[in-house]
Design a binder for this molecule. Structure first.
Ligand SMILES: C[S@@+](CC[C@H](N)C(=O)[O-])C[C@H]1O[C@@H](n2cnc3c(N)ncnc32)[C@H](O)[C@@H]1O
Length: 247
């Protein structure tokens, strides 16, 4: 029921993106990355694609038993333009063109794989609700010596490092989208009583890239001495750390 509440709420937030791609493309392609039981895909299809002339919803999931079960359900329902692929996100076969990419609670760096694909394919819209994230917390631990000492106080304790790492991860994700030409909105998915993993990052592609956002991103990575997977895959390098200006 909690998942249903989240997905239903997400539908309202995704509606403008879906209506936009349906208005502009005859056969829009929606990809849900790390789709699990494909709840999101089923509801998207039911609401927006079942009665439309065209358009596909591709669900990519690493666990074959989930893909198989969801595929059987789609067949039973006659959802013929719902497609399924069992694959790890960083080696999946992606369609040439993606119009909307979603990733709901895709674990740790799976959200980054999803974002990287969206950016590389120039998806018109992106919507991710990140899940647990461990990568940046580990990178912060490893980079401590290279970071300005006052800043390291923000994440000396493991608990703080996990929380701060999670915050920094999502800031990096939003800024990366901006650097690659997306207009970004970060908002709450639904009430905290339904899920603790509740941050929704929405992106709409408005231009090819943003140089100022790219510079901010490189500076942020350089300041904390981290280059997480999303930055590595997209070739974004941390800028060399400069001494802070005196107050
Ligand atoms: C927490 S579940 C969320 C599933 C679904 N999006 C939902 O909200 O109901 C995360 C799903 O992502 C899948 N997953 C995690 N990492 C993946 C990866 N690198 N490649 C493909 N699937 C992945 C898991 O198998 C799992 O089904």
């Amino acid at each position: 029921m909690r998942k249903l509440k989240q997905v239903n709420h997400l539908m309202g937030l995704l509606r403008p993106a879906v209506e936009d791609i349906q208005a502009r493309h005859g056969s829009p392609v929606v990809v849900d990355a790390g789709s699990g039981n494909a709840y999101l895909g089923f509801i998207l299809y039911e609401l927006f694609f079942k009665d439309a002339e065209g358009g596909t919803v591709l669900n990519v999931e690493g666990r074959p038993e989930l893909t198989q079960r969801a595929q059987e359900r789609a067949q039973r329902l006659g959802f013929t333009r719902m497609e399924f692929q069992t694959a790890h996100l960083d080696t999946a076969q992606w369609p040439e063109r993606i119009h909307l990419l979603t990733a709901l609670h895709a674990c740790d760096t799976a959200t980054d794989d999803a974002l990287a694909v969206a950016i590389q394919k120039g998806a018109d819209h992106v919507a991710v609700v990140p899940c647990c994230q461990a990568e940046v917390a580990q990178l912060l631990k490893d980079s401590k010596k290279a970071v300005e000492p006052t800043l390291t106080m923000l994440y000396q304790h493991p608990w703080h490092r996990r929380e701060f790492g999670s915050q920094l991860t999502n800031v990096i994700r939003a800024l990366t989208l901006e650097a690659f030409g997306y207009q970004v909105t970060v908002t709450e998915l639904t009430g905290w009583e339904h899920s603790l993993k509740n941050e929704l990052i929405l992106g709409r592609r408005v231009h090819k890239e943003s140089r100022p956002a790219r510079l901010k991103l490189e500076s942020l990575l350089g300041t904390f001495g981290v280059q997480p997977k999303l930055a590595r895959v997209l070739g974004v390098e941390p800028s060399p750390r400069t001494e802070p200006a005196p107050l």
